[in-house]
Design a protein around this ligand. Sequence first.
Ligand code: G
Ligand code: G
Ligand code: NA
Ligand code: MN
Length: 250
Amino acid sequence: LTLMRELPGAMTGGQIFLQYQPKVHVRRREIASAEALVRWQHPTRGLILPGDFISVAEQAGEIAALTLWTLRQVIWDQKRLAVEGHDLTLFINISGLLLADIAFVDAACEIVGDGAARIGFEITETAVIRDPDSAIRHLQRFADIGVTLAIDDYGAGLSSLAYLKKLPARELKIDKMFVMQLTSSNRDPLIVRSTIDLAHALEMEVVAEGVETPSALALLTVMGCDMVQGFLISRPLGFDGFRRFLDENS
Ligand code: G
Ligand code: G
Ligand code: NA
Ligand code: MN
């Protein structure tokens, strides 16, 4: 409850910052893009992760402001990296509530603007289910101005094949719950392989999240998974650490 009151000040006071986690293209053996993850360095509570404050921000009516702050920061970082020769798409996570918020959608489109920065949005399918028609219309607006769309946490929530068919998404991210036990479970490899085939049939690229072991990476490679993300490649890194990772790996 006090977190809710502290959030606006935390945003203006420099306590909110981003970490980046790379996604690696398996066949091209290159860093394809990265996901920005928001963090709150609280003066007395220490580091707070989004699981503990995104829902607070939603309840406090601050999620639009937080996400627009994140979008501006990511565009700035994308341009800084591009100048240094690292021209890769940076993704942010968009809370489902915001797909119904026209003021947010207008503001986000204006910030993305001329499309000079390579930006992506990760959206969970569950987000779309509340008001599918308007959510899909808003996602199409983002796609039209050059934003890459990714379906996040696929398979974890109320996945509907009907929305999968309609969403203008270029990437499908398989939830880490299916990836983390990939080589020790009987069913997960079957689910992952059929999801990869389904996504490819729909002309989407597939990202496996939560890749933690070389054996999982090897199996995903055989299955034709396009991109991998997880602790095996890198934990989420602060901007300077991420820039160093790019320097060392490209
Ligand atoms: O590292 P990890 O604890 O950061 O992330 C936990 C969850 O928080 C993930 O599901 C991620 O999608 C979500 N998340 C991270 N940053 C943001 C953000 O800026 N906005 C929203 N809505 N979710 C975020
Ligand atoms: O829901 P979303 O996919 O955006 O969540 C990202 C979350 O997953 C972050 O909390 C991030 O720290 C975490 N994460 C990223 N890679 C791995 C991994 O390889 N293993 C585990 N256990 N968590 C991961
Ligand atoms: Na995400
Ligand atoms: Mn995810």
